[in-house]
Design a protein around this ligand. Structure first.
Ligand SMILES: Nc1ncnc2c1ncn2[C@@H]1O[C@H](COP(=O)(O)OP(=O)(O)OP(=O)(O)O)[C@@H](O)[C@H]1O
Ligand SMILES: [Mg+2]
Length: 263
C-alpha cells in the first residue's frame, strides 16, 4: 500500500521543501521507493534535487492539466528518489484549474497512475492555501506541518488546520493530521521548546520526534543539487534520518513517536 504524505504550511520558509527532500532521501536510504512532488511554482524542490526548472519542458503543471501522462514527466535524482518536477508554468495552473470541475482531484487522479511503483509519495506544498495545496491535501493520506521554532510560529496554524478540516469534510474524509515537524530547532535555549509547547497546546498538535536542529549545512545543500544527506555527516541529516525511520516504522504498524515537551 502506498502512503502519501503532504508537507504543508502556508507560512513561507518553514522548511517544507527541505523536509520533503531530506525525508525522501532518508527513506530511499532505507530501501523505500519514494516519489516526491514539487507543488510550488518556484520549483525549489526541483532545483534542490539537481534539476533546473528553467530548462525543463514538462512539469507537474502539464500533468495537472492533463497534457502529459505523469509517467512521462517523472525524473530521476542523485538521491535515488523519483521527482515530479515543477516549473514556473505552475503559477498559471492555479487560474486554469479554477475553471475546471473536480479541480481539487487533479493530482490525486494523476498519482493513481503511478502509485503502485512507490512505497511513499511526499507532496511539497507551496506557501499558500490555494488550489495547489488543496490538490496536495486531497491526494494525501496524511499531512504534517513543519513549524519553525521561532516567535510567531503559531501564526497561520489555525487557518491551516481549518483548511484541513474543510478538506476532510469535502474532498478527502480519510485525511489524517499527523502533527508538527519542529524545524530550525535550537536545543541550547528554552525558546524553541517554549514556542513548540505553546503551539502544541494551543492547537492540540503532537510534535513528531525528533525536532530538526538548525544546521548551516542546509544552505550548502540547497545549492549542491542533492539533499543534505549527501553532504558531510551533520546533526540535521541525522535528525531527518531518525524522523524518516519514525514515519516508516509508523507506516509499518508501530506507534508514531512524539517529542516530549514537558520540562
Ligand atoms: N534545519 C535547518 N537549519 C538551517 N537552515 C535550514 C534548515 N532547514 C531549512 N533551512 C533553510 O531555510 C530556508 C527555507 O527552507 P525551505 O525552502 O525548505 O522552506 P519552505 O517552507 O519550503 O519555504 P517556502 O515556503 O518558500 O516554500 C532554506 O534556505 C533552507 O536551506
Ligand atoms: Mg518550499
Amino acid at each position: 500500500m502506498t502512503r502519501t504524505l503532504a508537507i504543508a504550511n502556508q507560512k513561507g520558509g518553514v522548511a517544507k521543501t527541505t523536509t520533503t527532500a531530506s525525508v525522501g532521501a532518508a527513506l530511499a536510504d532505507l530501501d523505500v521507493s519514494v516519489l516526491v512532488v514539487d507543488l510550488d511554482p518556484q520549483g525549489c524542490l526541483t532545483f534542490s534535487l539537481g534539476h533546473d526548472p528553467d530548462s525543463l519542458t514538462k512539469s507537474v503543471h502539464d500533468v495537472l492539466l492533463g497534457a502529459h501522462d505523469i509517467a512521462d514527466v517523472l525524473l530521476d535524482t542523485d538521491d535515488n528518489i523519483t521527482l515530479l518536477p515543477a516549473t514556473i508554468d505552475l503559477a498559471g495552473a492555479e487560474a486554469l484549474l479554477l475553471m475546471r470541475p473536480g479541480r481539487e482531484y487533479a493530482l490525486k487522479r494523476a498519482l493513481a497512475e503511478v502509485a503502485q511503483d512507490f512505497d511513499v509519495i511526499l507532496l511539497d506544498c507551496p506557501p499558500s492555501l490555494g488550489v495547489l495545496t488543496l490538490n496536495g491535501l486531497t491526494a494525501a493520506d496524511e499531512v504534517v506541518v513543519p513549524l519553525q521554532c521561532e516567535t510567531l510560529a503559531h501564526r497561520g496554524v489555525g487557518q491551516l488546520l481549518r483548511t484541513v478540516t474543510e478538506v476532510q469534510q469535502i474532498t478527502n474524509p480519510e485525511l489524517k493530521m499527523l502533527g508538527a515537524v519542529a524545524t530550525l530547532f535550537d536545543a541550547r535555549t528554552t525558546h524553541s521548546r517554549d514556542v513548540l509547547s505553546d503551539v502544541s497546546d494551543r492547537y492540540d498538535l503532537p510534535v513528531l520526534d525528533p525536532p530538526i536542529p538548525r544546521t548551516v549545512r542546509f544552505a550548502e545543500a540547497s545549492a549542491s543539487g542533492a539533499s543534505v544527506l549527501r553532504g558531510r555527516k551533520n546533526k540535521g541529516a541525522t535528525a531527518y534520518r531518525e524522523l524518516a525511520q519514525n514515519l516508516w516504522s509508523y507506516w509499518n504498524g508501530a506507534p508514531l513517536r512524539t517529542f516530549e515537551l514537558g520540562v
